[in-house]
Design a protein around this ligand. Sequence first.
Ligand SMILES: C[S@@+](CC[C@H](N)C(=O)[O-])C[C@H]1O[C@@H](n2cnc3c(N)ncnc32)[C@H](O)[C@@H]1O
Ligand SMILES: Nc1nc2[nH]cc(C(=O)O)c2c(=O)[nH]1
Ligand code: SF4
Ligand SMILES: [Mg+2]
Length: 222
Amino acid sequence: MQYPINEVFETIQGEGVNTGLPAIFVRLQGCPVGCPWCDTRHTWEQTPENEVPAEQVLQTDGQLGRWAWYDAETLLQAFQQKSFSAKHVVLTGGEPCLFDLVELTNSLNHAGYTTQIETSGTFEVKCSQSTWVTVSPKIGMKGGLNVQSQALARANEIKHPVATQRHIEQLESLLEGVDLTGKVVCLQPISQKPNATALAIKECIAHNWRLSVQTHKYLQID
Ligand SMILES: C[S@@+](CC[C@H](N)C(=O)[O-])C[C@H]1O[C@@H](n2cnc3c(N)ncnc32)[C@H](O)[C@@H]1O
Ligand SMILES: Nc1nc2[nH]cc(C(=O)O)c2c(=O)[nH]1
Ligand code: SF4
Ligand SMILES: [Mg+2]
């Protein structure tokens, strides 16, 4: 199966439970969710005129929204070509769960990589059993999509972006009736805003949730 890829790069996982882990990021192109504060808006549209040769996406994109087709085998070859040393692969986007990721995650696992998916939870999560699934639930966004119960049930980590008290209330009502056994709940301040960070700290302590800050942005790395 082929996937439209926006960028492939090696860095340190900056967010969530795996913060600090060296990782290869594979960013898929395309997302219909429409979060107003999204930090990767260039991944929303997958337009034919922005298709580029495969080698061009083996570096960070920035703002271009370019993409190329890759399958599992060519992606693994690209990791060799770039001499990446990380053994953890993060599939993000865009919205990676627009695609069936079973074949891709299984191939990566068989090649010796651990895998993680960053998803909005608005599509069914299809991946290998061992994949670490981070659902950052997107509630009431302008794309009009709802969080799927399958995605919440499959999540290993629920990492909610927050800026206002309303975001806390939305998360509380989303989590009602969800079995949280074995899952980690994190709050992630939106765009490093001081008020959002203060709110996230206060609510993490009150609920015994974890704080996730986007450490790569403080460090000014990709
Ligand atoms: C760009 S999204 C791509 C994956 C997927 N579409 C999703 O939303 O989870 C990756 C992560 O960045 C988070 N994110 C995006 N923009 C952000 C911002 N301005 N501040 C904090 N977190 C942000 C998302 O909530 C998600 O956890
Ligand atoms: N360093 C780093 N860590 C990240 N964790 C999640 C990211 C994402 O965009 O999904 C991300 C990212 O873009 N960079
Ligand atoms: S779901 Fe993810 S990629 Fe899509 S708009 Fe929201 S933060 Fe951005
Ligand atoms: Mg990011």
